[in-house]
Design a protein around this ligand. Structure first.
Ligand SMILES: Cc1cc2nc3c(=O)[nH]c(=O)nc-3n(C[C@H](O)[C@H](O)[C@H](O)COP(=O)(O)OP(=O)(O)OC[C@H]3O[C@@H](n4cnc5c(N)ncnc54)[C@H](O)[C@@H]3O)c2cc1C
Length: 546
């Protein structure tokens, strides 16, 4: 089935170029979706705002950017040849290595010839007459395709703090997700970091040693736990390569596709000594074990959560010498693990250095960015460099930046004004032939595992549509209501649902995002896949097919 070739272009306007499918974004999702759709013999165009592939790993070049998923559990699993060809050098690879890996993937599968870089999509408007999507880039050029697939990233729309004077600063300033491609020299420099989320933590611990002086402006401390990174030696490399099938099978079985999954025991089902020993073991182990592999109730039972929070608070107090500073670093407004857990390497020890200061901006708020630095309610600081580690307008932010219009010109932003509504996190009623990868209401976790599943599911649906000569596939309103209600119900009782964070769609720096929403699916990945498999196995009868 070829895409419709007739164009309905207004007189005088340039005709739209036609494809079978358009993918927005060339991160891990978009790259893999391109690979799969090409296998169906489709004519595909990918539009990517950046100048290269890699998405997250293309943009986030800040010092210390690295995985908190184990490297080998993060890479693509679809090509045995690729798995054997690529050596991860560390258990948690840094950004340059991951970007090299993704460039290798692009080369190996000759992906670039269908990717148009420097091409930010501004609008995507559905045309019922041709049952296709009309896509307009920021430069005004237009394209058309039967299927539209968004691969625009859950964490790809950076946010700046709402502080007056940001543009007046005379020194250098960078957002961590818009870091320059050239190295930044911190030697002898007076540096400010605003923000102590996962990116702030990685930046602070990395530059603390090379800066002249570092001042960290913290609003909300986060619970952090040690990463315990290390090089992968030859013997381990061998084991990893021969064990890939079992390792990926394990990722399919765990709650969030990580190598870690909750311990079946409850916090209070063991003695205090056993509990303490278990926490110590997890704190000494690599990666997310202390978050994802802890007692099964720490994220739902307030008392259980208080016990692990108390354990990690003790660790912070032991590691930070000045107890006044330690107290500022211990979170008081949320329990351990109820926001995304930053993993760190000597983060707390950085505050023991003479050249590092911590400013709590809940005590002394930032009033202004000045030409020379930062003015708080009590002091004016001078800086050579300001780093904004202020994160992202998560999950829905990259959608809000595109003018999506479905049937009858209904805007996606309007449809989602009270929070996203989706079917399986992949489709929306009123937006036929549009599929979302890593959008709201889908399982995230160790994200590439979810990406591969979602891409394969979307590919299956498109294959089915082409083989059945369908030109219009759409979620039903009933299906969307039912999935959205299900996703909301899953969030009830989770302590994380009671906390302001990017996982609850809260962002104090974005207008209109000061109300918590249910932005992500919080059930288990196996349950998510089972439901999606069921829809496919029943011939997609839950969709409206024409
Ligand atoms: C610093 C950092 C560390 C992370 N570490 C981990 C980790 O260890 N484990 C894990 O599972 N996840 C991690 N993540 C999450 C990470 O985002 C995902 O793992 C994964 O990279 C998502 O891939 P994606 O292709 O869906 O989105 P992205 O990688 O975000 O790619 C989206 C692409 O879409 C493009 N785009 C967006 N809007 C438009 C538009 N309008 N027009 C054209 N192009 C557009 C962007 O430029 C970008 O290239 C991390 C995220 C960050 C920011």
């Amino acid at each position: 089935m070829a895409a419709s070739r007739e164009t309905k272009t207004p007189p005088g306007a340039a005709p739209a170029l036609e494809y079978d499918a358009i993918i927005i974004g060339a991160g891990m999702s978009g790259m893999y979706q391109l690979y799969r759709l090409r296998e169906l013999g489709m004519r595909v165009r990918v539009f990517e705002a950046g100048t290269g592939v890699g998405g997250t790993w293309y943009w986030n070049r800040y010092p210390g950017a690295r995985f908190d998923s184990e490297s080998y559990s993060y890479g693509y699993s679809f090509s045995k040849e690729l798995l054997q060809e690529w050596d991860w050098s560390e258990h948690f690879a840094g950004q340059p290595e991951t970007l090299r890996y993704l460039n290798l993937v692009a080369d190996k599968f000759d992906l670039r010839r269908d990717i148009q870089f420097r091409s930010r999509v501004a609008a995507a408007i559905y045309g019922e007459d041709t049952r296709s999507w009309n896509v307009t880039l920021q430069d005004g050029s237009r394209f058309r395709a039967r299927f539209l697939i968004t691969a625009i990233g859950p964490l790809s729309a950076p946010t700046m703090p709402r502080i007056e004077g940001v543009d007046t600063f005379r020194g250098k300033s960078f957002h961590t997700a818009r870091w320059p491609h050239e190295p930044v020299d911190f030697t002898g420099q007076r540096v400010a970091v605003i923000g102590t989320g996962a990116t702030g933590v990685q930046t602070i611990q990395t530059i603390a040693r090379s800066v002249g002086h570092l001042t960290v402006f913290q609003r909300t401390p986060n619970w952090c736990a040690p990463l315990h990174n290390g090089k992968i030696d030859a013997e381990t490399q061998q084991k990893i390569k021969s064990g890939y099938p079992e390792m990926f099978k394990r990722c399919q079985e765990t709650f969030a596709c990580f190598l870690h999954t909750p311990d079946p025991r409850g916090t209070f089902e063991v003695t205090e000594q056993e509990r303490e020993a278990f926490f110590e073991k997890l704190y000494a182990e690599r990666g997310f074990g202390i978050w994802q592999g802890n007692f099964r109730d720490i994220l739902v039972d307030r008392k259980a959560n208080a016990v692990i929070s108390d354990f990690v608070a003790r660790k912070i107090r032991q590691r930070v010498k000045d107890q006044k500073v330690a107290e500022k670093l211990v979170p008081k407004n949320h329990g351990f693990g109820t926001r995304r857990l930053p993993l760190e390497t000597f983060y707390y020890e950085a505050y023991n250095q003479d050249n590092v200061d911590l400013v709590d901006i809940t005590e002394t708020p930032i009033e202004l960015i000045t030409p020379d630095g930062i003015k708080t309610s009590v002091k004016e600081y001078e800086f050579d460099i300001i780093i904004y580690a202020t994160g992202f307008d998560a999950i829905t932010g990259s959608f809000d930046q595109i003018n999506f219009q479905g049937v009858d010109g209904v805007g996606l932003k309007d449809k989602w004004k009270n929070g996203p509504q989706t079917f399986l996190g992949v489709m929306v009623d009123g937006f036929p032939n549009m599929m979302m990868l890593m959008g709201p209401h889908t399982a995230l976790g160790n994200i590439p595992r979810s990406i591969e599943y979602n891409v394969d599911w979307v590919t299956g649906l498109i294959r089915y549509a082409r083989e059945s000569n369908l030109t219009r596939v759409e979620a039903t309103a009933a299906g969307v209501t039912s999935w959205t209600d299900h996703v909301k119900a899953l969030g009830v009782g989770l302590l994380s649902s009671e906390v302001n964070s990017w996982m609850t769609g809260y962002n104090s720096n974005v207008t209109g995002k000061q109300t918590r929403i249910v932005a992500r699916y919080s059930g288990s990945a196996p349950a998510y896949r089972a439901r999606c498999d069921e829809v496919a196995a029943k011939g997609y009868q839950e969709l409206a097919l024409e």
